[in-house]
Design a protein around this ligand. Structure first.
Ligand SMILES: O=C(O)C(=O)Cc1ccccc1
Length: 434
């Protein structure tokens, strides 16, 4: 059960030329088969491929920030995905191939199929129901991100990756179709490192999932709490159970690892009888651990929000509630934030999130004062989520206005809101995908 690593991606890179539309699927098939895949039943994906209209409105709003990186990715990200549905990476081959010999057993049927001319049907975007969609997540089977992938795309193949960076690259290199990324938690707030990743890469948010997170304390069979000298988990897992661990008398060392299920796997693989993991009940099942304590999160309504990322944006719609995520920075100036907020308030657009984060590219603003010295202020990036679709004129107008006050503005995505009825977490919610 090996997760994708940056070195396994590196080995694939030479095969993934931008003018070789078939290569990614070949690489994927090989990679995916050697990796644990999780198949889910049913589901739907509203991804679309006819996106020229939406891209042009996106382009207006992001024209200030088109980077080299983006132009590169739009070259390799275009092509076949546009004509043949979101998952149809290898169904057509735009490179002319000589007609094959049908009687020749060496020529496979699927190869022959690639030579058929395009038809009108090929040009209409195929509805995407999540089937065969490869969703990259950080962690190993049993991780919450895997459950989030299953909730968003119930029919998907979840592709484990050893780091978030690798999950992003898996999508960029066509090894996966989506990446799933936890971005905030009801207890711990925003997961800032992941917001930074969103900015460093050019993937688009195409969906969100709110997942009730129900943590368990797991150990090898026969191990009792008194034996424990250490608890390991993802930093979010440790933070979300801090008080409960203390209440349970577990004043033992806490150690952070890359993901919750990875912690469970680590204990099982190394036969550690002095260590427990904070992870899901599903992780206990997969790695043969027992549940010492069930539901150890400090707050029963512990929810994590995940976003789904793709190479291309989806076309925003108005027939269901949409959310839009943006990030912006502004040159120094008074009341910019007030003006930005009023652009939404005047149009009755509700904000669901606003957050600032020091700007890595321009961390400091120095203000000289001859008499006193040099004042130093952090420069900030602002992240805003608002409840409107970019297909709505009020959202387009608000962003045009925001653009006037800002030096940098990027639409991270306009996507359907997760409207599933809310229920507190239960241990069964993680024994199988939702
Ligand atoms: O480590 C995991 O399982 C994750 O998916 C990240 C995470 C950790 C704790 C709560 C929510 C998500």
């Amino acid at each position: 059960m090996k997760a994708l690593t940056s070195s396994s991606l590196y080995n694939l890179k030479p095969m993934l030329g931008s003018n070789q539309p078939v290569a990614p699927a070949t690489a994927t098939a090989r990679m995916v088969r050697s990796n644990p895949l999780v198949h889910y039943a049913n589901g739907s994906d509203s991804s679309v491929t006819n996106r020229s209209q939406w891209q042009s409105s996106c382009a207006i709003l992001t024209s200030k920030v088109v980077s080299q990186e983006q132009s590169k990715s739009s070259v390799s990200g275009g092509g076949i995905d546009h004509v043949n549905g979101d998952n149809g990476v290898a169904r057509v081959n735009l490179v002319p191939i000589e007609k094959s010999d049908n009687n020749n057993p060496l020529v496979s049927q699927s190869h022959y199929h690639l030579q058929k001319p395009l038809t009108v049907t090929d040009l209409s975007p195929a509805p995407m129901h999540g089937s065969n969609l490869r969703v990259a997540y950080q962690g190993v089977p049993g991780a919450y991100s895997e459950a989030a992938a299953g909730k968003a795309y119930p029919n998907c193949q979840a592709v484990p990756c050893d780091q978030f960076e690798v999950a992003f690259q898996a999508v960029e290199l066509w090894i996966a179709d989506r990446a799933v990324l936890p971005v905030e938690n009801s207890l711990g707030g925003s997961i800032h490192r992941n917001y930074d990743l969103l900015l460093r890469h050019r993937l688009h948010i195409v969906g969100e999932v709110q997942l009730p997170v129900h943590h368990c304390l797991l150990a090898l069979p026969g191990v009792r709490k008194e034996f424990l000298t250490r608890v390991i988990s993802h930093p979010q897992g440790l933070a979300q159970c801090e008080h409960t661990l203390t209440k349970l008398g577990l004043n033992v060392a806490r150690e952070a690892v890359d993901d919750t299920a990875g912690a469970a796997e680590f204990i099982a693989t190394n036969n550690l009888r002095d260590t427990a993991a904070i992870a899901s009940a599903r992780a206990a099942e997969i790695y043969g651990l027992t549940i010492l304590e069930d539901g150890i999160q400090d707050d029963a309504s512990n929810v994590t929000r995940f976003v789904m990322l793709a190479r291309e944006p989806i076309i925003p719609r108005t027939d269901r509630p949409f959310k839009t995520s943006i990030v912006f920075a502004h040159e120094k100036g008074t009341s910019v934030l007030f003006k930005v907020l009023s652009a939404f308030a005047f149009r009755d657009i509700s904000l669901t999130k606003i957050e600032s984060r020091p700007n890595h590219n321009r961390p400091m603003r120095l203000v000289d004062d001859a008499n006193v010295g040099t004042a130093k202020h952090f420069e900030y990036m602002f992240y805003i989520d608002f409840e409107a679709s970019m297909a709505e004129p009020r959202a387009q107008n608000a962003l045009s206005e925001v653009q006037e006050f800002t030096s940098f503005l990027r639409v991270l995505g306009s996507y359907p809101m997760d409207m599933t009825p809310w229920s507190p977490s239960t241990s069964t919610s993680h024994t199988s995908p939702l």
